[in-house]
Ligand binder design. Structure first.
Ligand code: SUG
Length: 445
């Protein structure tokens, strides 16, 4: 049996914009109200997907969500025709309105937590959509995410879909951005590492003081329970509250892992030594820990360049490469570090840079844009094939973007009723291209 790690990248939606919605995410706040380019954003994402496909990896695509979210606006009391709802909300409650227009579902590392069949008690692949309760604009995502995942992994012999956790900050869950799986080979049972920012039911424990800790211990534990993971194959590690206060709003901004490698910043975790010893003990082969010292790369530089929001991928020839944003190449400190890293005798042997600037300006690097799903060949055969990247799908999606996406979008454009119409017709066509069925609310009216 063959095994793969498939990256399902989020296709950027037609309303991609910069609204400064994410307190605690430095890039989101500092680029608020700049003019975005939905078309370039979508194309940058597609280029990265195609490049990984061309490297011989299996690459998937995850569809965006319907925005503006007219249903959320109606739920909070705006009424009339769709155009009236948009006009009233934009005028009377501009901040809420902008939140309902965000294309944030593009960051599919926050779509769900996924446990491969080799790790779970029932031998199925388990999916739990993230509730994303900490940010209103993101809390609008999980129901549709669940529907899209069911349309992609639509076979209950292989796939189990859970409801997202209770919609409350006590169970704040940000999905795979705070979850890393280690394994010898993708098909072998692994160790799943859950990183949380605070305890929700114990106020005496350490927590950040400036910026929110989005993921709770209780949420991480609940996901592990739902997925049927054993104590012997899970490790729960608290993020260092001091780095959350420096803009590390998800663990994938300060650490990344693949197979037996953990690449992380010296300041990433609390009780690092003890926790990594636990990880090593539970993993029944030598782990490879690559710690980046503060003296070499300060936390602020890691946050600015997204050195850790990189994808560590294993190429078909076994070589491990790091997929980094061009911001890493443009920083003297980080590019020097990476050059040195790949010249040393570590499992990471090369670095490749990608321009995902449109996403980076909202705090989303290469790793935020992808959801990893480890699958064996039978499970891969059961995945909706129209969601798997190939030359034809790449060409088709580029044409689709050219047809439907605007070159530029400013916050004033969001209330344009035409944008809603364009966005819905784009998604209607996309559900046909990706054979998803009627996953969007406007298709169910
Ligand atoms: O949740 N930014 C996203 C970025 C998510 C990055 N994901 C990972 N690290 N895995 C967030 O903060 C900004 C939207 C705006 O400001 O317009 C935003 O939602």
């Amino acid at each position: 049996m063959k095994h793969f790690e498939v990256n399902f990248d989020g296709l950027v939606g037609p309303t991609h914009n910069y609204a400064g919605l994410s307190f605690g995410n430095v890039a989101s706040l500092s680029n608020a109200r700049s003019v975005s380019s939905p078309r370039s954003a979508a194309k940058q994402g597609l280029e990265k997907m195609k490049a990984l496909h061309d490297m011989g990896l299996v690459q998937g695509v995850l569809a965006p969500q319907e925005r503006p979210d007219i249903y959320a606006l109606r739920r909070i009391g705006f009424h009339g025709s769709d155009a009236e709802v948009l006009a009233k909300a934009a005028k009377q409650a501009p901040a809420i309105f902008q939140a309902c227009c965000s294309a944030s579902s593009m960051w599919t590392a926050n779509a769900a937590t996924v446990s491969p069949s080799a790790d779970t008690a029932d031998g199925r692949v388990h999916f739990t959509p993230a509730n994303l309760t900490n940010k209103f604009h993101r809390s609008l995502e999980p129901t549709t995410t669940g529907r899209i995942l069911k349309a992609m992994f639509n076979n209950n012999r292989y796939f189990t879909h859970h409801h997202h956790l209770p919609d409350n900050e006590h169970f704040g869950d940000e999905g795979a951005a705070n979850h890393t799986r280690f394994c010898k080979e993708y098909g072998y049972a692994g160790v799943e590492m859950f990183v949380y920012g605070r305890y929700a039911f114990d106020g005496s424990k350490p927590a950040p003081t400036q910026y929110p800790a989005r993921q709770t211990y209780e949420a991480s534990e609940a996901v592990a329970r739902l997925h049927g993971l054993s104590d012997e194959s899970t490790v729960f590690i608290q993020q260092n509250p001091a780095v959350i206060d420096q803009g590390v709003f998800h663990n994938d901004v300060i650490a990344v892992g693949n197979k037996n490698v953990l690449f992380y910043h010296q300041e990433a975790f609390l009780h690092t030594e003890q926790k990594l010893a636990e990880l090593q003990e539970k993993f029944d082969a030598p782990m490879y820990f690559i710690e980046v010292p503060t003296a070499q790369v300060p936390v602020a530089e890691a946050v600015k360049t997204y050195l850790f929001n990189t994808q560590l991928i294993s190429l078909p020839n076994g070589e491990m490469t790091i997929i980094a944003p061009t911001e890493c190449r443009d920083s003297d400190i980080v590019s020097r570090y990476l050059e040195e890293l790949v010249s040393k005798n570590t499992p990471i042997q090369s670095v490749q840079y990608f321009d995902v600037k449109q996403s980076m300006r909202n705090g989303g690097g290469p790793a935020c844009l992808r959801l990893r799903v480890a699958l064996n060949d039978q499970e891969l055969d059961a995945v909706n094939p129209a969601c798997i990247m190939n030359d034809a799908l790449f060409a088709r999606l580029n044409q689709w973007v050219d047809k439907h996406y605007r070159e530029e979008l400013s916050s004033d454009d969001l209330a344009d009723p035409q944008l809603l119409i364009e966005s819905r017709s784009a998604l209607d066509e996309l559900t046909q291209i990706m054979k998803l069925g009627s996953v969007y609310p406007f298709q169910q009216d």
